[in-house]
Ligand binder design. Structure first.
Ligand code: ZN
Length: 279
């Protein structure tokens, strides 16, 4: 924080405050510009459909892949959870399907054995930060720490080839996008959000899935809850139900459910969500 203090003080004088005014610069002149910048930042931060704009423009983002193959990636955020992760991984196993689990460091530390089991079953373990903070509200050093400490733990528990990353709430502003670029990590988003985090029923989620998925889709689901307090987890019963229904319906139709790493090998990455083909 200390190196920031001097430029801040200089900026304070530059804007016309303080005892020594180095120029006739008046704060009121740049006030409209400042307000426009603040308004644009608020819009990008708050406008939910536009939250992917910055990583799409300036980062290496992934929303889906374009492929003629009947291949899909089911992804599960916020785990591992002692109940739901186990149930979901067993269902995947029953249908010879693979999934990608974007785990939290704080949960992985508590349930290391679940990560080892997931790896043995052929699933992919990916990074969803340690605490599940909204990274847009954090300084660069915290963002870096949230990602690296989770990577270190995953590497201690299993032997991944490559650890993919997804930011909590899908939020990646300028700083987050830049940190990930420096770390050479693409930002793995999704193109189909079944909204289990909103408490949708399995039937509603199945409808959303059928309406929106296509070959190469990345599906967002949750096997736990990133914001729940210690020991209290959201019910993911509906998620379990919809996963089983998707696999039961689409496996016999020749659809293959693969990890994100495998999906990326099977087609061209689509960097802008709107460009993922809709049915
Ligand atoms: Zn999350």
């Amino acid at each position: 924080m200390m190196p920031l203090v001097k430029p801040l003080i200089q900026g304070f004088y530059f804007l016309g405050f303080g005892k020594h005014r180095p120029s006739k610069f008046r704060f009121s002149k740049i006030l409209p510009l400042l307000l426009i910048v603040i308004a644009i930042s608020c819009f990008l931060e708050l406008a939910w459909p536009k939250r992917f704009l910055l990583p799409s423009l300036f980062g290496e983002s992934v929303f889906c892949v374009n492929t003629p193959d009947k291949v899909l990636a089911l992804t599960f955020d916020d785990g591992p959870d002692p109940v739901y992760t186990r149930v979901i991984s067993q269902i995947l196993l029953d249908y010879e399907a693979q999934g990608t689990f974007f785990v939290l460091g704080k949960h992985s530390e508590k349930y290391p054995q679940i990560l080892r089991t997931l790896e043995k079953q052929g699933h992919e373990i990916a990074n969803h930060t340690w605490h599940h903070y909204n990274l847009n509200s954090k300084f660069q050093d915290i963002i870096y720490k949230e990602i690296t400490e989770t990577d270190i733990l995953i590497n201690q528990l299993i032997s991944p080839n490559n650890i993919h990353f997804r930011p909590p709430f899908g939020r990646a502003g300028f700083v987050v996008t830049n940190v990930l670029k420096q770390m050479h990590k693409p930002i793995i988003f999704w193109d189909v959000d079944l909204q289990d985090w909103r408490g949708k029923s399995a039937a509603e989620m199945m409808q959303r899935f059928e309406k929106n998925f296509h070959n190469g889709s990345i599906i967002l689901l949750h096997d736990s809850d990133g914001t729940a307090k210690e020991g209290v987890y959201a019910s993911r019963h509906n998620t379990v139900e919809v996963v089983e229904e998707i696999l039961q319906t689409y496996t016999p139709q020749g659809y293959e459910f693969v990890t994100v790493s495998e999906l990326l090998k099977r087609g061209n990455v689509v960097k802008v969500q709107e460009r993922c083909l809709k049915k």
